[in-house]
Design a binder for this molecule. Structure first.
Ligand code: GZL
Length: 327
């Protein structure tokens, strides 16, 4: 059963009174925290600090744990899967009550998640999906990246009247957001034969690599025919904007730019006329994650999938919306 954030509260209440709506999942045995009344201990393996989105996500998680008096053992993997696996194994050894993680890529988690299951520690997946069976975790809370890709393509098709040569800056290879955003974007492009991706490269979700990739695009004859850019996140778009300006072109005019996340820097770039649209991907999921932690520790069932609701913001609303932005 897929729940949207707004529905989550109702669903949790419903589930709390035993309503069976949707696929209830074994929330795993109660953590030690529930029994002895001692502080809940959560081990969280975060991907890194690669983008404004990630920084806001970490802040949301750390501040929510502190607010609830939950002990958070936090590990920053610097975007390396082997560091995440090491952290997960150390959480098993520490016998934490709940393990939470955001997998940097989809593949390669089977063995360590089996070790966690054998240790009887419930897992909450945050933000990105691992390629494992749903029985390996209690719930997955994060955005619908395919829909984010569709929204970016729909906006661009309208803006470009269905005709564009598009450059694409992909996120981390093998990561759920990069795979799914591309999938959603290309699904909509199939309805617009005049829209085509002429060059595509990964910028690994960072500003520096986004700039580098854009510089390479603009050095190629095909790249110079482009009049649009789809960046899988705002940080790469902001790097690309620098490269476009250094090449003597006008970002937001010569090259129309749509990206994803909705960080403050994207709104500022839209107000400056250098970015045209950002599709929101909400990083502030700390409250929902710790609602799920407390439900798991209390032995309450949870929906298998909780989707975060998001919007789309273009230049026409950027100045009005900026004061409301929380990240
Ligand atoms: C999306 C998240 C992505 C962001 C990037 O939920 O995993 O990772 O879009 C971040 O900014 O690096």
């Amino acid at each position: 059963m897929k729940l949207h954030l707004g529905m989550m509260v109702a669903a949790s209440l419903a589930l709390a009174v035993g309503c069976s709506g949707g696929k209830d999942q074994d929330a795993g045995q109660e953590g030690a925290g529930a029994k002895s009344g001692k502080k809940i201990v959560v081990g969280f393996s975060q991907i890194g600090a690669e983008s404004g989105w990630r920084t806001a996500n970490t802040e949301s998680i750390k501040s929510e744990a502190a607010k609830r008096g939950i002990e958070l053992r936090f590990s920053d993997a610097q975007q390396k899967q082997e560091n995440q696996i090491k952290a997960l194994r150390s959480f098993i050894a520490q016998k934490v009550d709940v393990i939470m993680f955001s997998p940097v890529v989809e593949a390669g988690w089977g063995p360590v998640m089996k070790e966690i299951k054998d240790a009887g520690i419930p897992v909450i997946v945050a933000d990105r999906r691992p390629d494992v069976g749903e029985d390996m975790y209690v719930t997955f809370i994060g955005s619908d990246f395919v829909e984010e890709g569709r929204r970016a393509a729909r906006w661009l098709a309208k803006k470009m009247n269905g005709k564009a040569n598009i450059l694409e800056l992909q996120g981390t290879p093998g990561s759920a957001p990069a795979i799914d955003r591309k999938k959603g974007f290309e699904e909509v492009l199939r309805e617009h034969p005049g829209m085509k991706i002429v060059l595509s490269q990964s910028g690994d979700f960072t500003r520096a690599k986004g700039k580098e990739a854009m510089e390479a695009f603009l050095k190629s004859p095909v790249g110079r025919t482009a009049n649009a850019l789809f960046a899988h996140n705002d940080d790469m778009a902001l790097g690309a904007i620098q490269a476009i300006e250094e090449a003597g072109l006008k970002p937001g005019k010569d090259i129309i730019i749509v990206s994803i996340d909705g960080v403050r820097g994207a709104f500022e770039a839209m107000i400056a006329g250098k970015l045209n649209c950002t599709v929101e991907c909400n990083p502030i999921i700390g409250p929902q994650l710790f609602d799920a932690v407390e439900a798991v520790v209390a032995g309450k069932p949870l929906p298998k999938r909780i989707v975060v609701d998001e919007g789309v913001f273009d230049q026409s609303v950027a100045a009005k919306e900026l004061p409301n932005r929380k990240y």
